[in-house]
Design a protein around this ligand. Structure first.
Ligand SMILES: [Ca+2]
Length: 281
């Protein structure tokens, strides 16, 4: 369903005023709607009796109007965001692995080695028909979701898809995600056991295993490039939405889903589903 929304245009319209008459320095396109007005006086109101003449300073006031635009979000041409559409072995290196099987149209990536000794993940499209994923439910919508994990190893991994875009248009990506990040085997709750054997819950917002959604507005496919705009959250044990909004800077954008871990817990599992990409019109 199309959805209307407001986005800060990110631009400030500037007026200058003189003797009560506003002089518009920038034309406001008709589709822009000003919803807020903040007033910034660049300097005190001039005293007509003072030596501060209009000739010296003809436009003494600056008024800044933050503007928003009303957009309608419509689907961008993302493929297989539901993960219902088949699988393949696509990876960023082109090397295929039996235990890395991702949704069609998506490509796996990951880090290996480094100080945190990141391990290559295993990835698979899971099914609601598989009882291992019913309790707790690891599928958010439809019959399939995407799972990846590392086992007793740190992971920095994900998938991406490059999508044709309209240069200069706003894009909003959203996915539903949760992780199960635990030293213990109860699949309903993320937990960690300290050095004295005490077990502690890991709850939303706690650091540990971060879920990230990103867009490279330049269409690059390197998830570690500085151009990628990321949103990150710590979402454990139950699906929740994660979204990012940015402006395309070229003929393609690339959407990334990613997780990173701080510690090599036994279970470092990520579950993703219902990915959407919308463009503002
Ligand atoms: Ca699905």
């Amino acid at each position: 369903m199309p959805e209307s929304d407001l986005i800060f245009s990110g631009e400030i319209m500037m007026y200058r005023t003189r003797a009560g008459q506003a002089q518009l320095m920038l034309r406001i396109p008709l589709f822009l709607i000003a919803v807020g007005l903040t007033l910034s006086l660049a300097e005190p109101r001039p005293n007509p009796a003072s030596a501060h003449t209009e000739a010296e300073d003809p436009f003494p006031y600056l008024i800044y109007l933050p503007l928003v635009e009303r957009h309608e979000w419509v689907d961008a041409p993302l493929n297989n965001g539901s993960f219902e559409g088949g699988t393949w072995h696509g990876t960023h290196s082109g090397i295929t692995y039996d235990n890395i099987r991702v949704p069609e149209s998506w490509t796996a990536f990951w880090l290996e080695g480094g100080d945190q000794e990141f391990g290559r993940p295993e990835m698979e499209v899971i099914s609601r028909e598989d009882e291992r994923y019913l309790n707790p439910l690891r599928v958010y919508e439809g019959d399939h979701a995407l799972k990846w994990f590392t086992f007793y190893r740190n992971g920095d991994a994900g998938v991406y898809q490059r999508i044709a875009a309209v240069d200069g248009a706003w894009y909003r990506a959203r996915a539903y995600v949760h992780v199960w990040y635990s030293t213990e085997d109860n699949p309903h709750i993320s937990q960690w056991r300290d050095g004295e054997g005490q077990v502690h819950p890991i709850v939303n917002g706690d650091p540990g295993m971060a879920a990230m959604i990103g867009i490279d507005p330049t269409g690059g496919t390197d998830p570690y490039a500085p151009t990628v705009i990321w949103q990150s959250a710590n979402i454990y044990d139950q699906f929740a939405p994660l979204e990012v909004v940015t402006v395309a800077r070229g003929q393609f954008v690339t959407l990334f889903l990613r997780t990173t871990t701080l510690y090599p817990f036994k279970h470092c599992d990520a579950y993703w589903d219902a990915v959407t990409l919308e463009v503002a019109q």
